[in-house]
Design a binder for this molecule. Sequence first.
Ligand code: ADP
Ligand code: MG
Length: 453
Amino acid sequence: MPDGTARVRAPALAVRAVHVAATVAAMGALAVPGTVRHRLRGGREAARAHLYRRLTALLMALGPAFVKAGQVLGTRRDVLPAGLCDELSRLQDSVAPVSPAETRRALREVYARAPCAGGADGGPGRGARDPGRAGAPPFAEFDERAVAAGSVACVHAAALPGGRRVAVKLRRPGIERVMRDDLALIRAGARVAARVPPFRGMPVTEVVDNMCEAVLGQLDFTREAASLSRLRDTLAPVPRVWVPRVHPDACRPACIVMDFIPDLDIGTAAGCPPAMRRRFAESALTAVYQMLFVTGFVHCDMHPGNLYFTRDGQVVVLDAGFSVQLTDRLRRLFAEFFLNMATGRGRRCAEIVVESSVGVRPDADLEGFLVRMADLVERSHGLPAREFSLIAFAAEMFDLQRRFGIHAAAELIFPLLSLLVIEGAVRDLDPGIDFQETAKPVLNRGLFGARAG
Ligand SMILES: Nc1ncnc2c1ncn2[C@@H]1O[C@H](COP(=O)(O)OP(=O)(O)O)[C@@H](O)[C@H]1O
Ligand SMILES: [Mg+2]
């Protein structure tokens, strides 16, 4: 486990624990009458939907760590009910931007510190050519009003001394301590929950630990800047896909400086003609396949705040804060699975699921699993493109894995889920898109071509 939790200040943490417990108890109590009313009026489903909405509201009330945790958990369609995931995926960080005065102070503090020690790609802070005076923010202009305010950071428009427009993603002052404390509480809560009957036997602590790692990863801006550069390299061969270039020398451990992409607007694609929308869908899907099958470096958080479309036909991918590198073995198995799925070879797909798993329950009926899994692939292969749903396919596959005790590798789950996250957006853009056909050329590159990255 990363540092931090051991060093948290016990009294402050105790006060926070009491506050969290009181909020949970109060909102929990308030949710009861509404749930009963929904149960009586609309039945069990309505009651459940109401509970999921109240749970989401509770996470919002508890603050940024809980919101981020909810967002990450909302992607775990392999373990959580679909209705809850839908609700959690609507969680947005609705937080006030940092005030201009505080932003000025935070910026000064960030640049007063020594540059960080350089990322894996020769990344942030080698510091050899610091574009500004040492110790001063290296910007010719800096707009203190944020263009976007998230729970971890605010993004500002700025310009480097040469006039280049840049976006500056500045971590909120003090956010690291707040998040680490809250994540420590969440972990402690999960340890308790894992012992009570409704959760006993479920992988509660494993899922929560994974989620905490993912959230903590989003605080590490040195890593995020390096990941963004890596993502840019990964996606460079995909036409019409744009990842902003990072300016490593200007980055600091709490600040990422990258090219500014003008006129980003969530509604752009909706106003574009169908032919352009189809191209958007194809480019976005090809980008995901390129990550999954060719380099194995996968952005796991391609929700609409991180995926934009521009009026001149580009797909913009931002925010590599939640990304993973698949091992080469898993990347190949993943690609092979897709290739066999696209050609309807169900039995081989089923074998790959077993090969890529981290464990099989000792009493598992392996042959039973192989038969059912092969049947699922063959049925899906036979469907017309419009009727094939990745989410439905994955839900059935996860269900089979659970029933037969085939435990998937955790490092495979997030990338797989990344595909599910963009399925809805891609289908919105082009309802007729063929997920399997679009994959074939990229699969060939991933399995038989020269490997990029
Ligand atoms: N390079 C950029 N150019 C222009 N706007 C950007 C850029 N990077 C981020 N933004 C804006 O800031 C928002 C939040 O950035 P993001 O990196 O996704 O932060 P968070 O980690 O808070 O989600 C984006 O949705 C986008 O509107
Ligand atoms: Mg984002």
